[in-house]
Design a protein around this ligand. Structure first.
Ligand code: F6R
Length: 614
């Protein structure tokens, strides 16, 4: 999500910065900009769209020569992807320029404070607030480093900020909290980047920064402090990847990188969603509380993985809100002439926001008078633009064709929607909602715990390199996870894979069981005793017929152990949230099996990332 570059040295900064931005293009972005410090002034240009738009603009209206500069590729979060909202943002006096990655959670009160003091803000971004605050501190006499320390102490959320001061041309100052930033250490020059790809062609010596650190960079020095100004230091390391690996952060596939980004993505999806009293506030949901109170039916539409997120959401939303909830494949929806009224809420789930089937479904829904809420990862894309309301998932760009972090953050957005509806309609007490939110906030840690088991899952995948079919069983919220596990294998490993509700086995699919057939079984937590028991019986039944059972069960659950050829332990979480952790080993398994089989994991055959035709 967003690319950041900073440079100070003796090369032409424009070239270094633009080239750095090009190296970060793979992160995905919707606008780009640069700011240079030249002759005591900030010279900047920024454009919506591809880097080529910015380069064309700079070629037509050249920027002055400079050896200090910053640059940014923006993945829109606050405000549409246009020229005005693109970074850098410059303070009102034209003295300080800032680029930013992340979300400043307390941006609303800070914006109100600045406006009350007469500052006219030009953009809709949270970043401009940081630019104005930094400039005010500098104008009040602080140097840029001190200004950054002061401002960061006032900011909440996740952010990387990089700033330059027109009157201090030899210094670039940056800060980070919960958002990436690395320093590239050169000879007589230094670099900043969201990751090492930004500067890998200049240096492979890098400095990793810790949480809540401010770094001040000149040609010959890099000085690190805490937000409170206390001396601190980064961790030096040498990069031994080539450029293409660097773009993937050392991973072989974008998909694998994105799987490992999930703790961060889930944390970002949860950022800024409640006030200090634990009351949910979904700012992007532009439907009034009255409208939400009147909703008498929810229909969730989406395709593929997004549809499975909807299937999980149904269990949670109906349980928490008691509103009847249907889930429908977007391409089937409008052809069955669904019954829609003004009080029907259609929830469209789409990572890309451009899937034609889903778009057509919401157009139909709106024509029939229903309200549409989009759950989407791509700011400014068509589906949220054509919806009445939106919850952005903030997963950052997803490049691997198979959706992973997109799915996990869709689940989080669905849970938030369900809890928000429960809050508005009073179907759950505030403390009950706060308890689920607290559990959600532990999910990044739980997802990380699953990722820590990657080697175990990879070994399992290697053992199955010759497998021609795999089945997946689940019940309740685990059933969509069985479907998702099977879809991942189909699309990546090109083998026959099916997901079933375990209760359906006896009604037909059990005939497929033959000796040695691998069957993944998602065991519900023991909190749901009857489900848990039934799933354990299903595992016994298929094992008795020779299946190779791979059980995913919560730690300490010994009931499935005697019938499991392999046991993958899941952290203890509540039944409705278990999909968030249970899907992770299935993603790892599919990614690794496809790798072992020699397939292109990021671009599986016949598939496109964004399906823009019906
Ligand atoms: C599977 C996958 C697809 C998408 C589907 C919808 O790994 O990625 O099934 O989930 O094409 O795409 P979006 O979410 O962009 O509407």
């Amino acid at each position: 999500m967003c690319g950041i570059v900073g440079y100070v040295g003796d090369q032409q900064a424009q070239g270094v910065v633009v080239e750095g931005l090009r190296r970060l293009e793979y992160r995905g972005y919707d606008s780009a900009g640069v700011a240079l410090v030249a002759d005591g002034q900030i010279a900047a240009d920024k454009r919506a769209g591809k880097l080529a738009n910015l380069e064309k603009a700079i070629a037509e209206d050249t920027l002055p020569e400079a050896t200090t500069g910053i640059g940014h590729t923006r993945w829109a979060t606050h405000g549409a992807p246009n020229d005005t909202n693109a970074h850098p943002h410059i303070g009102a006096a034209g003295r300080v320029a800032v680029v930013h990655n992340g979300i400043i959670e307390n941006f609303a009160p800070l914006r109100a404070e600045l406006e009350a003091e007469g500052v006219e803000l030009r953009s809709e971004t949270d970043t401009e607030i940081a630019a104005q605050l930094l400039e005010r501190a500098v104008l009040a006499g602080a140097d840029l480093t001190t200004a950054m320390q002061q401002v960061c102490q006032r900011l909440e959320g996740a952010f990387t900020l990089v700033a330059v001061d027109a009157e201090d041309p030899e210094r670039v100052v940056a800060a980070r909290r919960n958002s990436p930033l690395v320093v590239g250490l050169g000879e007589g020059e230094n670099f900043l980047g969201s990751d090492v790809a930004a500067f890998i062609e200049h240096t492979r010596d890098a400095l990793e920064l810790g949480q809540d650190q401010v770094v001040t960079m000149t040609r010959d020095a890099v000085v690190v402090t805490g937000f409170d100004g206390s001396p601190s230091e980064g961790t030096p390391y040498h990069v031994d990847w080539d450029l293409s690996a660097a773009e993937k952060d050392g991973y072989d596939w974008f998909m694998r990188k994105e799987i490992f980004e999930q703790p961060r993505a889930v944390a970002d999806a949860l950022l800024g969603r409640h006030d200090e009293n634990g009351r949910l506030q979904l700012d992007e949901v532009r439907l009034s509380e009255d409208e939400l109170r009147n909703v008498d039916k929810i229909i969730i539409v989406g395709c593929g993985t997004a549809n499975y997120a909807g299937l999980v959401a149904k269990y949670a939303i109906e349980h928490w809100t008691r509103i009847p909830c249907e889930v429908e494949l977007a391409h089937e929806f409008r052809y069955r002439d669904p019954i829609l009224t003004r009080d029907t809420l259609v929830v469209a789930i789409s990572q890309s926001g451009e899937t034609a089937d889903t778009l057509m479904a919401i157009r139909h829904a709106r024509e029939q008078g229903a309200r549409v809420l989009a759950i989407c990862n791509t700011n400014g894309s068509t589906i949220p633009r054509e919806s009445d309301a939106v919850i952005y998932t903030h997963a950052g760009p997803e490049i691997g064709v198979a959706s992973t972090k997109g799915f996990l953050t869709q689940l989080i957005a669905c849970y938030l929607l369900g809890l928000y509806l429960a809050q508005v309609r009073g179907t759950k007490f505030g403390d009950e909602i706060a308890a689920v939110v607290r559990e959600l906030e532990q999910m990044p840690e739980h997802v990380q715990a699953m990722l820590d088991k990657a080697e175990e899952i990879y070994a399992l995948a290697a053992e199955h390199a010759k497998t021609r079919a795999v089945l997946f069983l689940g019940r309740h919220a685990g059933f969509p996870i069985a479907l998702e596990g099977a879809l991942k294998l189909k699309e990546l490993a090109y083998i026959h894979a099916e997901g079933f509700a375990a209760g359906e086995l006896k009604h037909g699919p059990i005939a497929l069981i033959e000796p040695g057939l691998p069957v993944f079984c998602v065991v519900p937590p023991r909190g749901r005793d009857h489900l848990h028991e039934k799933m354990t019986s299903a595992i016994q039944e298929i094992r008795a017929r020779g299946a190779h059972t791979i059980a995913l069960a919560e730690e300490g659950d010994d009931a499935a152990r005697p019938y499991a050829d392999r046991l993958i332990e899941l952290p203890k979480v509540s039944t409705l949230l278990q999909p968030v952790v249970a899907v992770v080993p299935l993603q790892l398994f599919a990614c690794e099996l496809a790798t072992v089989m020699g397939h292109d994991v990021d671009q599986p055959r016949n598939l496109a990332k964004s399906v823009t035709v019906e």
